[in-house]
Design a protein around this ligand. Structure first.
Ligand SMILES: Nc1ncnc2c1ncn2[C@@H]1O[C@H](COP(=O)(O)OP(=O)(O)OP(=O)(O)O)[C@@H](O)[C@H]1O
Length: 324
């Protein structure tokens, strides 16, 4: 656990650290031959910092199958492990196999705050799962642990990569002047020919239904369209795991639908998604769901089971469970 977990501001610092490492093996952005503004180099250089803070394209520090050793603040090894599909009972390959993940952060006065108290879940590859639970139960923190943005202090984690984390606010997702330039942005980290960049950008924009907006200035895009551009960026970078944090919070109904349908369409094959939501209606798009309470996963399985559980909770709590 690093000091960077001490407050939300410092957590952002941790985010920067992770993504900076992700970008450190970067190739040159100069190879991108899209209709970019003449000041693209300086723009991309300047925007890179913003992107590093707000959009984390890939996290390569937890490669598939590699052993992850976690340490507590004192430096003692608490838990270790990233293991393979073979550990799971199902014959379906898993994209996430998390066991007993714990996360403790330091508060402003140095006090320990337990955020995750033992989270276990398995998500099959190629499926879209939703993560729900009352406000403050730890959904975003779990998502960040799965992405590699926060380090758990105990537990075992296997997760496929590359992974992409898409944040809630659409205005924090897109940093380049046009949709296609934004999708190409993350590809500057890879050594690719111009042709390959073009193909990846076109394919990714098409996958999220944004081809016709490729050259539109990003400030003219709606919130949902920006979210779809961010998802296209992840796909262009061959992300296999999309970790999506309340993507539709700021969107109107039409945009919500556009994003849901785009994610539904791109998930499958080797692409898996875990989507944090408060909206029960979004569960209809999911293959499965995970429900958290007080830092723990209390239910994981079929959408129907989780819906039933939530309804029961809501009845018991008179709708005070934080679910909208
Ligand atoms: N760095 C931190 N410092 C102090 N407390 C933290 C930190 N990170 C998370 N927490 C606390 O841990 C709990 C879980 O936070 P988290 O944001 O993961 O919950 P959530 O389920 O995503 O909430 P919401 O639904 O409101 O977005 C909250 O009580 C939060 O205040």
């Amino acid at each position: 656990m690093t000091q960077s977990c001490a407050s939300s501001t410092k957590v952002l610092g941790d985010v920067c650290g992770v993504s900076r490492r992700c970008c450190s093996s970067a190739g040159s952005l100069a190879s991108v031959s899209l209709p970019l503004p003449s000041n693209f180099r300086s723009l991309s250089h300047g925007s890179n910092r913003i992107r590093q803070q707000l959009v984390v394209p890939l996290c390569r520090e937890l490669p598939v199958g590699r052993l992850l050793v976690q340490r507590n603040p004192g430096g003692q090894t608490l838990a270790a492990g990233v293991r393979s599909d073979a550990e799971t009972s199902s014959s379906t390959p898993v994209a996430i196999n998390a066991r007993d993940l714990g996360l403790t952060v330091l508060g402003d006065k140095g006090e320990e705050i337990v955020v995750l108290r033992g989270c276990s879940l398995q998500i099959p590859e190629g499926q879209l799962w939703m993560l729900l639970g009352p406000n403050g139960c730890g959904k975003s923190s779990l998502l960040k642990v799965l992405t590699g943005l926060l380090r758990p202090n105990r537990g075992k984690l296997y997760i496929v990569g590359p992974r992409s984390f898409v944040f809630q606010n659409p205005d924090h997702q897109v940093v380049m002047p046009t949709a296609e330039a934004d999708v190409a942005f993350g590809l500057g980290n890879l050594v690719l020919s111009d042709e390959e960049v073009r193909t990846r950008v076109d394919t990714a924009l098409e996958a999220v239904g944004m081809s016709e907006y490729a050259r539109r200035p990003v400030q003219t895009l709606s919130g949902g369209q920006k979210q779809r551009v961010a998802i296209a960026g992840a796909l262009a970078e061959s992300s296999r795991m999309l970790l999506l944090d309340e993507l539709t919070t700021f969107l109107d109904e039409e945009d919500q639908l556009g994003v849901l349908e785009a994610v539904r369409k791109v998930v499958g094959g080797s692409v898996t998604a875990l989507w944090v939501t408060h909206r029960l209606e979004e569960l209809d798009y999911a293959d499965g769901a995970v429900y958290m309470e007080n830092g723990r996963v209390v239910l994981s399985g079929s959408v129907e089971d989780v819906k039933r559980y939530i309804r029961k909770q809501q009845e018991q709590m008179n709708g005070n469970g934080g679910l909208r």
